[in-house]
Write a protein that binds this ligand. Structure first.
Ligand code: NAD
Ligand code: UDP
Length: 320
């Protein structure tokens, strides 16, 4: 297939490019580098099966030649207001990537009669009242809360994909991604994994927002990419959760990072920086992915973190 991947210079987009090229596909990567990093494209540089187009997906998209599939991953993704790369500091760009970017990429899918896959998120469930989160849950989102620029853009994007699916017959997929980590995350986007790993490597206290009793469920990037590929190749047009169901409090997560890296320093408790909009519990129900895609994650948290730390060491200029 000739596949268009938006957000190609980002964490997940770059892994997808590499994975799909290795599967024998031709990949066209698109990005405007608003939160991405050109260095993430290095593994594809010079590859005959890769073409990069620098472009903002909020504007009309032209792609040369036939396209068989589109994976729309372009969007800021970090909720952390302390980083210039957090979506609350890129609010209009985030809404445009989810709204106009989704509209433009769906237009390409329609023009090329191509398969379409949207990167949605566990954030569409908001601060969930149902636990764990099944795909049938409608969510609990404040439409004007600080996170709404991201959550509502993704909810709109899902609605638009379903409209194109129902009205235009687009062959679509929606993946609801839960917290994923691994090499190529931005060091300074403020998400919990880069923050904690860097703090631990620097022997600094890990910054816990609130009391650390909020939970997340962390998936290693390799497991996620495998799940996304299975979904792309399936016939499933309803949303599918892909994530690791091992739920953990942020405080326990911090302790594990300290233990793996060998950081003797204690935690630093900070006020909830996210204006009370921090989801308190998050855990995917992956029954649908298991039954439809025969997919489940295989990487333990410890193995995934150990596989991620060398990337951070290299970027931080630390040596083994
Ligand atoms: P990322 O910031 O590393 O990657 C996003 C990429 O999209 C960046 O390279 C950025 O420059 C690009 N981009 C943003 N707006 C653009 C625009 N208008 N035009 C062109 N390119 C644009 O983040 P990520 O973690 O790789 O997330 C990728 C996608 O997966 C996002 O859509 C995000 O919502 C979704 N997602 C990620 C996670 C996760 O845990 N990583 C969880 C849920 C959903
Ligand atoms: N968090 C934290 N310290 C940090 C960064 C994040 O305690 O330095 C917490 C944050 O409050 C949230 C969780 O870690 O409860 C995950 O945050 P992240 O920004 O990675 O993404 P989210 O899951 O909220 O989208």
């Amino acid at each position: 297939m000739r596949i268009l991947i938006t957000g190609a210079a980002g964490f997940l987009g770059s892994h997808l490019c590499e994975y799909l090229i290795n599967k024998g596909h031709f990949v066209i990567g698109m990005d405007n580098f608003i939160t991405g990093n050109p260095a993430n494209l290095t593994p594809m540089a010079g590859n005959q099966n890769f073409l990069f187009i620098r472009h903002d997906v909020s504007n009309f998209i032209f792609v040369p030649g036939k396209i068989d599939a589109i994976l729309h991953f372009a969007s800021p993704a970090s909720p952390n207001p302390t980083s210039p790369y957090g979506y609350t500091n890129l609010p209009i760009q985030t809404m445009k990537a989810g709204a106009m970017g989704t509209h433009n990429t769906l237009g390409v899918a329609r023009a090329h009669n191509a398969k379409y896959l949207l990167a949605s998120t566990s954030e569409i469930y908001g601060d969930p009242l149902e636990h764990p989160q099944k795909e049938t849950y409608w969510g609990h989102v404040d439409p004007i809360g600080v996170r709404s620029v991201y959550d509502e853009a993704k909810r709109f994007a899902e609605a638009l994909v379903m409209a194109y699916h129902r009205y235009h017959g687009i062959n679509s997929r929606i993946v609801r991604i839960f917290n994923t980590y691994g090499p190529r995350m931005r060091l300074d986007d403020g998400r919990v994994v880069p923050n904690f790993i860097q703090q631990a490597l620097n022997h600094e206290p890990l910054t816990i927002y609130g009391d650390g009793q909020q939970t997340r469920s962390f998936c290693f990037v390799e497991d996620l990419i495998d799940g996304i590929y299975r979904l792309l190749m399936s016939d499933e047009s309803d949303p599918v959760n892909i994530g690791n169901p091992d739920e953990i409090t942020i405080l326990d997560f911090a302790k594990i990072i300290n233990q793996i890296i060998g950081n003797p320093t204690e935690m630093e408790y900070l006020p909830d920086l996210r204006l009370g909009d921090d989801p308190q519990r998050r855990q995917p129900d992956i029954t649908r992915a298991k039954s439809i895609l025969s997919w489940e994650p295989h990487t333990s948290l410890e193995a995934g973190i150990r596989a991620t730390v060398p990337y951070f060491k290299e970027k931080m200029g630390l040596h083994e």
